[in-house]
Design a protein around this ligand. Structure first.
Ligand code: PLP
Length: 433
């Protein structure tokens, strides 16, 4: 590590808020390209985080970089509404093509959290109902509204949640994939019964369905530990929403843009929500997000009730247009399925060999490796921290998730090759042994 860098890092420690200055692991980099980060130490690191599900087409894809440069040459900022530009309109049109059902109308913002805030406001405006139901373990962002529907890493969040806006329903322990793996369909059926039971209790003792504007969920639990529900569970929730005229909001901030092997998890599970929040992978690293609904619903959101200065920035929209194009041209959805299945096979083999791997859960290239203590069988967040550090020394960057940080999250760019997955998993294996 260079002297300059060490000095800068010292300063950084005091200039940035703690939650910005250090996470785990903490890799100082100078460059990114394809599936790699290049460290200040001169080494090349395989990136199995995609900048937390953002650089799905690979870091600094040449087409995306070109689109950014071209856009910057003509327009860097455009408070939409006040001025108009082509890229935002073309992007809305392109996205409408790849989104499920009739989701075809967009409010563009800058971050996942903002897209969620928009979704919550839209649901309440349209239904004129006060409550939103969410699930324990879910994560929807860090602003007050988004926090009010989130519980993952609740150690801190519980101090911040405004009361009275939300009721959380347990994200069903029967979903524990270790049980699901072993007894399959039986447990799935039980989970559905419990879901119905929980909603009956909710409506009997807490709020009536007429007071609930929406149910919000991540179709695959992300920060909460990569838990994949059966499609029937999501279908049941769709049914409950329809029965009571509540809106269904999918938070596809993390699952969107090919991560699950389809454009969106909604397509993977065959369930279309009324409102969707999309972000992260949309613009390959430039800040962009959207609250999406169908045209009729969106028209009921009164003008002036929501707004943005930076949302739908023209450079970000151009980057997003290039991202969509690359996804199609390079058949990245197919690659996510094929390479995802390859990684899953290898990890299932590793699970047989190493008792500390409690379960492997995956859909496409959204992969969680749960680490447990071999003696107690309990989630082992400490071991994950150790493994992440060792894996980084070997040359591969992973990140973690789960309420106790017990899950190694593997989300490489969707352009990753089998060979790169092989290399990265060999490094992980060395770190586990
Ligand atoms: N929703 C989900 C499912 C997420 O995973 C995240 C971020 O990790 C967010 C919302 C918040 O997005 P952002 O950090 O862009 O505000």
């Amino acid at each position: 590590m260079s002297q300059d860098w060490s000095q800068l890092r010292e300063k950084l420690a005091t200039r940035l808020a703690p939650s910005m200055a250090k996470d785990h692991p903490n890799l100082p980099v100078v460059k990114e390209e394809g599936c790699y980060y290049y460290g200040v130490d001169g080494r090349k690191y395989l990136d199995f985080t995609s900048g937390i599900a953002v650089t799905n087409v690979g870091h600094r894809h040449p087409k995306v970089v070109e689109a950014i440069k071209e856009a910057a040459d003509s327009l860097t900022h455009g408070p939409i509404g006040v001025i108009q530009y082509e890229s935002i309109l073309r992007l809305a049109d392109e996205l409408a093509e790849v989104l499920p059902g009739d989701l075809d109308c967009f409010f563009f913002a800058n971050s996942g959290t903002e897209a969620i805030e928009g979704a919550l406001k839209l649901a309440k405006f349209v239904t004129k109902r006060p409550y939103v139901v969410s699930f324990t373990g879910c994560f929807h962002g860090r602003t007050q509204g988004a926090l009010s529907v989130s519980t993952s890493k609740s150690k801190y969040r519980k101090f911040l949640q405004p009361n009275g806006l939300t009721y959380q329903i347990p994200y069903f322990n029967p979903y524990d994939p270790r049980i699901l793996d072993e007894s399959g369909i039986v447990v799935e059926a039980k989970a559905i019964d419990l879901l119905e039971e929980d909603f009956t209790k909710l409506f009997k003792y807490h709020v009536s369905p007429e007071e609930v504007a929406a149910i919000i969920l991540e179709p695959v639990l992300g920060e909460g530990g990569y838990i994949i529900p059966p499609a029937s569970w999501l279908k049941k929730i769709r049914e409950i929403c329809d029965r009571h005229q509540m809106l269904l909001i999918f938070d596809e901030v993390q699952t969107g843009f090919g991560r699950t092997g389809e454009w969106f998890a909604a397509q993977t599970f065959g369930v279309t929500p009324d409102i969707m929040a999309i972000a992260k992978g949309i613009a390959s690293g430039l800040p962009l997000s959207a609250t999406v609904a169908n045209h009729t619903l969106m028209q009921q959101w009164p003008l002036g009730s929501h707004g943005t200065t930076f949302g739908g920035n023209p450079i970000a929209c151009s980057a997003a247009l290039a991202t969509v194009e690359v996804m199609k041209e390079e058949h990245l959805l197919d690659n996510a399925k094929v390479v995802g299945a390859f990684a899953r096979e290898r990890l299932d083999e590793m699970k047989k060999q190493y008792e500390m791997i409690g379960s492997v859960r995956s859909v496409g290239l959204m992969i969680g490796i749960e680490i447990i203590n071999e003696k107690t069988n309990k989630a082992d967040g400490e071991a994950v921290l150790r493994i992440l550090d060792l894996a980084l020394k070997e040359g591969v960057l992973f990140y973690l998730c789960g309420n106790e940080g017990e899950v190694i999250r593997m989300i490489p760019p969707l352009s990753v090759t089998k060979q790169q997955v092989d290399e990265g998993l060999n490094m992980l294996e060395k770190a586990i042994v």
